[in-house]
Ligand binder design. Sequence first.
Ligand code: PLP
Length: 480
Amino acid sequence: MVDYGGMKKSRSLLLRQLPGVDELVRSEALSAISEKYSRTLLIDTARAVLEQVRADILEHESGKEVVKNRVARSVEEIAEKVAESLDRFSGAGLTKVVNGTGTILHTNLGRALLAKEAVDAAMVAAQNPVNLEFDIITGLRSERDAAVEALVCSLTGAEAACVVNNNAGAVLLVLNTLAEGEEVVVSRGELIEIGGSFRLPDIIAKSGCRLKEVGTTNRTHASDYAEAVTGSSSILFKAHKSNYEVTGFTAEVGLKELSGIASDKRVVLVEDLGAGALIDMSVFGLPKEPVVGERLEAGADVVTFSGDKLLGGPQSGIIAGSRDLVDKIRRNPLKRALRCDKMTLAALEATLKLYLNKNDLSSRLPVLRLMTREVDEIEENARKAALLLRERLGAGFTVEVLESAPGAQNGSVIGGGSLPGYMLPTTVLGVTHVKLSAQSIYNGFLASDPPILGRISKDIFLLDMRTIELPEDLLPNNFV
Ligand SMILES: *Cc1c(COP(=O)(O)O)cnc(C)c1O
């Protein structure tokens, strides 16, 4: 007990000897950088670091342990920690990462990479005044979506189109405009949830509409829809099953048949297409995703889709369909709240223009380029990357070039809620170490500059070379 009291005393003595916030801020190390940061930030950070030091001291059994474990206590040591913390804070935020996950449209990594043409257009819009809502020929005010609308119409055959911030916004705006206070009829098999808390029933509720579910999870028939539509229904809503499949004993009603029911009952047929392919992906040997133009042709009155999934542009949501409906949608005050900024519109316009020349598309549009890369090219790249990486990582590490066939555990995926269950062939690098676990290697790559994100499969750290175009990207500056 005597001992215990002694230890406590020495810890509390250490706590009392800690510098105060004022002393820290006035210290040599911090006064040297005090001009770089606001005083509030400096004081808040010093306070937070001191708190942490106090907690570190209390975590130890005795004052002796604190000293033995070299817990920072002097003004210089703590000031150094404050400076580091400020550095981290000002360097934090969006930063380039290397995508070695094999997921091409990785929502957490920002989905589609923009084409050079789109990046250039966004830069011009960012740095200069542009004719965003100004018609150069007439000198009058114009619509900000006009250029994108013309392109979407010519690429899909739609009569009219407009753009908002993302597809979730597009669905919200369409529902709110065309069915506020009324019923939206949806099959139970299509009450989708997309990552990032997009849940169709919630969006319908937030749009001010009432959801009317029809059919069952696996089977919905035309008669289910026909019987469900009443005088208070306004929309027959179809949602693309972007990120799941229903297989086995199933039935769903095709768009043509739904369109017949919708016009008989005088309601609007809306389809949320999700990925928004503008061309048939099967010409590239990929599974077919719904093509916007084909869905309109088949009878959808209005469709919505994302700009940053298969389309390969900036984050945006496109609404396309019949002129009277799109005009109504455009006039909804919510459209103003959901409108895109000039950089997005410039990048989207440039991306859509690439579709006008189909021959060049798969080399110029990064999403398509990554999806259609030849396995031989990926493998050659992987071999180069393996050589570089072996040299950089040094003793203890092994870097193996591993083949992967479609359907295998380590195939690449498209992601972003597109082509669920479909795997692309790829080549991966398997990185192992005599002592380190796969998780430690994963952490090491993630802590490098730039951070490199891979995945762990069967206890091996893997870097998927389908989503890494430059072997040099795998040479982090500070890998430890
Ligand atoms: C991705 C997706 C959405 C959400 O689109 P965002 O552009 O991410 O807002 C909505 N519906 C479907 C069917 C989707 O695939």
